[in-house]
Design a protein around this ligand. Structure first.
Ligand code: GLP
Length: 223
């Protein structure tokens, strides 16, 4: 595990952006797993700005998003579909046919998840961007999720909503993982990743077993 402690959120986003650009330059047809939430927003802004300055070309990359609410319309502003287009895809030259997102509008969520899992199997993720929930969740794999879980329909911790999420086993198969964490409320999740027991109660803890994990986090998290 490589831990990069950053001065602030801007620096965190900058370092993550540099890593992603370097990986795309190395492998233009790279498969990138994208995450949502507030944490990667700075990274996405910087990727858009690098694209506008012609420092990076997304024409050959493929994207696989981590999760989506279910059921939800793509046009719903809360959907991760809406989020990804608004914050990244609308502003870069990724091919629409190379964009993969779990479909929150499907009538058959089990089939949707099976097909998505198979697609990832055929197109392994080279680099997975991850955030982490305050309770240690990754994607929508809430505490208690099986470490062998695949892409599936889940109930969220608040029991009020459901979601489709790539599984923990699927995430662990990514060749490289970049986990971003910012803000004091993520301190306990990061502590559990770095030195807690590897336990289903804290899903992020399993990442410690990954061979190529980069954690980029505010340095205040380690005080
Ligand atoms: C959501 C997403 C996760 C994300 C997490 C943290 O639950 N499903 O993929 O990592 O929130 O979000 P934030 O970065 O806003 O703290």
């Amino acid at each position: 595990m490589l831990i990069i402690k950053t001065k602030n959120y801007n620096k965190l986003s900058k370092i993550a952006c540099e890593i992603i650009i370097k990986e795309i330059l190395k492998k233009p047809n790279i498969n990138i797993g994208f995450a949502t939430g507030s944490t990667p927003l700075g990274l996405y802004k910087k990727l858009v700005s690098a694209y506008k300055k012609k420092k990076v070309d997304f024409s050959k990359i493929a994207s696989f998003n981590l999760d989506e609410y279910y059921p939800i319309k793509k046009s719903n502003k809360k959907s991760y579909y809406y989020y990804m287009f608004k914050n990244l895809f609308n502003h870069i030259n990724i091919k629409k046919s190379n964009i993969n997102l779990l479909n929150g509008e499907t009538k058959n969520p089990d089939k949707e998840c099976r097909d998505y899992e198979n697609k990832i199997k055929k197109n392994p993720i080279d680099i997975q961007i991850l955030g982490v929930g305050v309770n240690g969740h990754i994607g929508f794999n809430e505490p208690g999720s099986d470490f062998n879980s695949l892409t599936r329909l889940v109930e969220l911790a608040d029991f009020k909503e459901k979601a489709l999420t790539v599984g923990i086993k699927t995430i662990m198969k990514s060749k490289k993982i970049i986990l971003l964490a910012s803000g004091k409320n993520k301190k306990s999740a990061i502590r559990c990743l770095i030195k807690g027991n590897i336990n289903k109660k804290c899903p992020v803890s399993i990442l410690r077993r990954h061979k190529n994990l980069v954690v980029i986090a505010d340095r205040e998290m380690f005080d």
